[in-house]
Design a protein around this ligand. Structure first.
Ligand code: MSP
Length: 663
């Protein structure tokens, strides 16, 4: 049996998953279901990247150990994947024992083959991306995420990347399909052609990692460690799973975001060549989901929460939307408008409605069981539709094989629109009570049902839950997930099947009410009530503070004075009581470019857990000061109704990125 090994990146566990991570995993799930339908023995791997300085720091700021943070967030990933009906075959954690063995072994092999040597690294490093930056006198911003880099000077093992320049260029030339889409291939070729420097592959200032097998005080560079996860995930490093490894390696495709293409198409093949292991067939880099034209990311605070999407729209609708809305490889802006439009028009109208009106007519005309007609009158219209079905299957496969999901869905929707037109034009509802039209009526309804059956199979990798509901309504005994595309041909399959309960599979959504629910109740706060997480507050002219004073006797300042104050959007990462006080909280606030500790007198208004994740306004250029012996670097803005009243934090009713300036 042909095998197909597909991977997602291993996700960092310093934060909860957002739509960007969900995207890659949904695509991988859809592709692996499709490959199974083509008859492949599939292994779909996902997992978590749990070592490194970014995790160490995140754990520190939350006052937990990296392992505890890793355990919590790995669970969040697993839970989310199961809520989206994502069926992976293997989940690798880089803290798994056999992964340790695998990473050490690959490191050792590269060393033994003469590709690793000891030296000293002096340069810049981006902690969130775990990327070494180019040389510069002052800290450059990271070329991927644009955040400031930090200085690193330490003893390090180096990987002789420079020795692989020609072999890599040769690889890109001989296997033009290795890097996808093709424009990314050109970017990578330019990068490699401009000269490769040796790469630092161990750290001594980080302890949270896999020890270098040659020396006690080094840990393996986190990208070296994590990439090996693609091997350990299918058994490398575990003596009992060698057969599995041999069966699936090399991977058919590594799905990655465009920001990590270099790690996968330059470093990874070089590490593998150095260790004497075959390289994967393909790396495919997709684009980013953007919000307001910027990359959705936790640090910018503009992420779309996949749980919220699930609650309001269900997993299938999201799966469909992300695959249909943007062509795989390109960036796309996320919008609720577009999502609701797709649900109502494509899913509820074009597909859902076709299913329910066809099956309702079948049940009205023939009762619960489909008739087995041998005397259908197949005319030109039906023959044309049959031809369309054959073409649809062909193009669908061609596009799916190229990972052009949006195109594959487009061809299905073309077919759906033709069937819908066929039903409308032939008006079968007018024939229900006319005995003389019985065969004609059966022809129309069975033609439509047959197309529904075939479309349901084709859509099942993208809409698994909904398609299985449609399948049950069709009453076909053979299981949907046992269907094979190469066996999918026109035939009277439903003849004799007994219909299941006919129910709408994609209910239409009322845009206004759903947007209202998503945005939350906007209203004035009376200044007395404690604010809990999830609630949003805006000031209206009726709030006591707004009424308080007239404007004639206030001392006015010039605009130049105001612009001296640098106000920025921050997001609370953690909050804890300052010991020995009732009023003070110690907050860690993410300001986009940096995290700061701020001591704030708001303990009587807010519980610590209600503050985490909250967007606030911070006076960014206030001189740091000590409060109760603790550094406070900045100040929060809050409104107080009166002397004895508890302050209410200024916040935002709409999404706004961390670090944005208030002007
Ligand atoms: N841990 C590394 C990967 C190691 S693989 C051996 C990593 N992790 S990550 O959690 O930061 O990112 C994982 C993936 O999520 C990347 O492919 C990245 O491109 C993707 N996304 C993160 N934000 C995204 C969007 N806003 N849109 C689409 N995908 C993006 O990198």
């Amino acid at each position: 049996m042909k095998t197909f090994y597909i991977t997602t990146p291993l996700y960092y566990i310093n934060a909860q998953p957002h739509l960007g991570h969900t995207y890659t995993t949904l695509v991988a799930d859809c592709l692996s279901r499709y490959k199974r339908m083509q008859g492949y023995d599939v292994c779909f791997l996902t997992g978590t990247d749990e070592h490194g300085q970014n995790i160490e720091r995140a754990a520190d700021s939350q006052g937990v150990s990296p392992q505890v943070l890793a355990n919590q967030n790995t669970e969040a990933y697993r839970r989310l994947w199961s809520q989206f009906d994502i069926k992976y075959d293997s989940f690798i954690r880089t803290t798994d024992d056999h992964h340790y063995a695998a990473a050490s072994q690959i490191f050792k092999r590269a060393f033994d083959n003469g590709y690793i040597y000891k030296g000293e690294y002096a340069g810049w490093y981006c902690i969130p991306c775990n990327l070494f930056a180019s040389e510069a006198d002052i800290a450059p911003n990271c070329e991927v995420c644009n955040r400031p880099t930090e200085r690193v000077v330490e003893e390090s093992y180096f990987f002789k990347l420079s020795a692989f320049q020609d072999r890599l260029l040769d690889l890109y030339q001989k296997k033009p399909d290795f890097i996808n889409p093709s424009f990314r291939r050109n970017e990578v070729i330019n990068f490699v052609s401009s000269g490769l420097k040796d790469l630092s592959v161990s750290r001594t200032s980080v302890t949270w990692g896999i020890p270098v097998p040659l020396s006690g005080n080094h840990v393996i560079y986190v990208w070296f460690d994590a990439l090996v996860g693609y091997l350990s995930g299918i058994g490398f490093g575990d003596p009992k799973r060698q057969e599995e490894f041999k069966k699936f390696w090399p991977a058919q495709v590594h799905l990655v975001g465009k920001d990590i293409i270099r790690f996968h198409s330059v470093y990874w093949p070089a590490f593998l060549l150095a260790a004497g292991i075959e390289i994967p067939f393909k790396v495919y880099a997709h684009g980013w989901w953007l919000q307001d034209e910027t990359k959705m990311s936790k640090s910018r605070g503009n992420v779309v929460d996949p749980i919220q999407l699930l609650d309001h729209f269900g997993g299938d609708a999201i799966r469909y939307f992300v695959l249909r809305e943007i062509s795989f490889g390109a960036d796309g802006n996320f919008s609720y408008d577009a999502l609701i439009q797709r649900i109502n028009s494509d899913l509820a109208n074009d597909f859902g409605n076709l299913v329910s009106r066809t099956l309702k007519l079948v049940s009205k005309a023939f009762g619960k069981t489909f008739p087995e007609f041998s005397d259908l009158v197949i005319a030109d219209k039906e023959r044309e539709l049959q031809g369309q079905v054959t073409l649809t299957i062909k193009y669908y496969e061609e596009y799916m094989n190229k990972l052009a999901f949006s195109k594959a869905l487009e061809v299905i929707w073309n077919l759906l629109s033709q069937v819908n037109k066929y039903i409308t034009d032939s008006a079968p509802w007018k024939m229900i009570d006319d005995e003389s039209q019985r065969t004609h009526l059966a022809t129309i309804l069975l033609t439509s049902t047959e197309i529904i059956r075939i479309v349901t199979v084709l859509l099942s990798p993208i809409l698994p839950g909904s398609c299985s509901k449609v399948w049950n309504q069709l009453g076909i005994q053979e299981k949907l997930d046992k269907q094979r595309i190469d066996k999918l041909e026109w035939g009277n399959v439903v003849g004799g099947c007994t219909l299941g309960k006919i129910e709408p599979v994609f209910p239409r959504l009322d845009k206004k009410s759903i947007i209202k629910k998503l945005v939350g109740p906007l209203g004035a706060n009376d200044g007395k009530k404690k604010i809990t997480s999830g609630e949003k507050v805006t000031m209206s002219k009726d709030t006591p503070l707004a009424k308080e004073s007239g404007s004639s006797d206030i001392a006015r300042i010039k605009i130049e004075d105001f612009t001296k104050i640098d106000l920025r959007v921050g997001q609370v990462i953690s909050a804890e009581k300052v010991k020995g006080t009732d009023r003070l909280l110690k907050l860690l606030v993410d300001l986009g470019t940096e995290n700061r500790q701020i001591i704030a007198g708001i303990a009587q208004s807010y519980k610590e857990e209600d503050l985490v994740g909250k967007k606030i306004v911070v006076v960014f250029n206030l001189q740091p000061r000590k409060m109760r012996g603790l550094d406070s670097n900045g100040m929060l803005l809050a409104a107080s109704i009166g002397e004895d009243e508890n302050p209410v934090l200024a916040t935002f009713s709409e999404e706004v990125p961390n670090g944005a300036r208030l002007k």
